[in-house]
Write a protein that binds this ligand. Structure first.
Ligand SMILES: Cc1ncc(COP(=O)(O)O)c(C=O)c1O
Length: 394
């Protein structure tokens, strides 16, 4: 296996150092100390990220989870409301729904790692207050169909693009199609801020409400410098949850935004190289990209073909013994992306399509910095573990 660990995060550009040194000297870490004329690192990041994504407004927060939670409240989700979410996503998503006092309704996800549209159509009904679509690991569901159905039903869509910065759907940037788009800068993402999140929207009311709730107390909203946003209309009407980003995080994130396109190109070329080699094995199928999708991968998912539960479990065990576990979502005890582990939501429904997918879908990180040689080692490692698991049981 390669010397570089697949758990390595993206390094921080050295240009961040001078800004961080300045912040350390001044101690000016709070986003709202700065003036409108000399904006804080957080305000500059919001401006740059909104421009990069081609969206009117951006609000920096401390995580994608916070961005999702604030989006739910801003589109009017109240206690007891139903919110559709994919049954394959990170536990943070049902958690955000629970945090809003609402009820997550889980929609099946198929072996192609996309939302099962028949189940989606059946579950989208008069009781649905909002829909969250997780572009999970960058696998994009049919956003044309989802947006058309939700627009017709007048149901807001919140895009969870936590793990898919740089992914395109039909030429549109993922996270820019719904009422709000939420991104993560936690370390294992395309942009590494340690922790951090961003909420994007073109809706001035959503921005105003989320700015207040994120912690812009009193008149700190003025520092967002958006004269077209009706902040005064919402003054004192929303609670303050204090989910702000601080200037140090923004200073680490800012110099990485101009690198996103380059990182996406590298990640995609790595992915396609590994994909073609893995698909040559009869034991493995990498879910095909939809022709409308351009992925931005920093991890790889593939399905085991013709494996029993025992053989699939052995893939995990063998790879773990050899130093780099190939995780199978539904075989790894308390995996946070597995719906039957979300006991906190109450009655966990049975979802046979998603369950079958999770029992055979493998997950391995593919950091974009890997060299060709390291990619070859990764491929050999996967193929050896998979074929040895088959042999071990036979
Ligand atoms: C699909 C998905 N949604 C939401 C999140 C939550 O992101 P954060 O850690 O920034 O709250 C993650 C984090 O990995 C994720 O993968």
């Amino acid at each position: 296996m390669s010397k570089r660990s697949v758990y390595d995060a993206e390094p921080i550009p050295v240009s961040a150092k001078a800004v961080i040194d300045g912040l350390m000297e001044s101690g000016d870490l709070f986003r709202y100390t700065a003036s409108v004329d000399d904006p804080s690192q957080v305000t500059l990041l919001e401006k740059e990220f909104a421009e990069f994504m081609g969206v009117k407004y951006a609000l920096a927060v401390n995580s994608a989870s916070s961005a999702i939670y604030l989006s739910l409240l801003a589109v009017g989700v109240s206690p007891g409301d139903q919110v559709l979410i994919p049954a394959w996503t990170f536990a943070a998503v049902p958690s955000a729904v629970v945090n809003a006092g609402a009820l997550p309704i889980l929609v099946e996800v198929g072996a192609d790692l996309r939302i099962d549209m028949a189940d989606f159509k059946q579950k989208l009904n008069g009781k649905t207050k909002a829909v969250i679509i997780s572009h999970m690991r960058g696998h994009t569901s049919d956003m044309d169909a989802i947006m058309a159905l939700c627009d017709a039903a007048d149901v807001p869509v919140i895009e969870d693009a936590a793990h898919s910065l740089g992914t395109l759907w039909n030429g549109k940037k993922v996270g820019t199609m719904g009422a709000a788009g939420c991104f993560s800068f936690q370390s294992y993402k395309m942009v590494n801020g340690g922790e951090g999140g961003m909420l994007l929207t073109n809706d001035p009311d959503i921005l105003a409400k989320t700015v207040f709730m994120s912690g812009a107390y009193e008149h700190n909203w003025a520092k967002h410098a958006h004269p077209d946003v009706p902040f005064e209309k919402y003054q004192n009407l929303f609670p303050l949850f204090n989910l702000r980003m601080n200037n140090l995080s923004a200073a680490v994130i800012r110099p990485q935004i101009p690198l996103v396109d380059e990182r996406v190109a590298k990640g995609l070329s790595n992915y396609e190289y590994v994909e073609s080699k893995l698909n040559a094995s009869g034991f493995i199928a990498v879910p095909k990209a939809d022709h409308r999708e351009r992925r931005a991968p920093d991890s790889l998912q593939f399905n085991l073909i013709g494996f029993s539960d025992e053989e699939a479990f052995d893939v995990m065990q063998i790879s773990k013994q050899r130093g780099n576990m190939i995780s199978i979502f539904g075989m790894q005890g308390d995996n946070a992306r597995v719906f039957w582990n979300w006991k906190f939501i109450g009655n966990v429904p049975e979802l046979p399509i998603t369950r079958a997918m999770l029992k055979r879908a493998c997950d391995i990180r593919l950091p974009i910095g890997l060299t060709r040689e390291e990619l070859d080692q990764t491929v050999d490692f996967i193929l050896d573990c998979v074929s040895d698991a088959k042999r071990a049981v036979a």
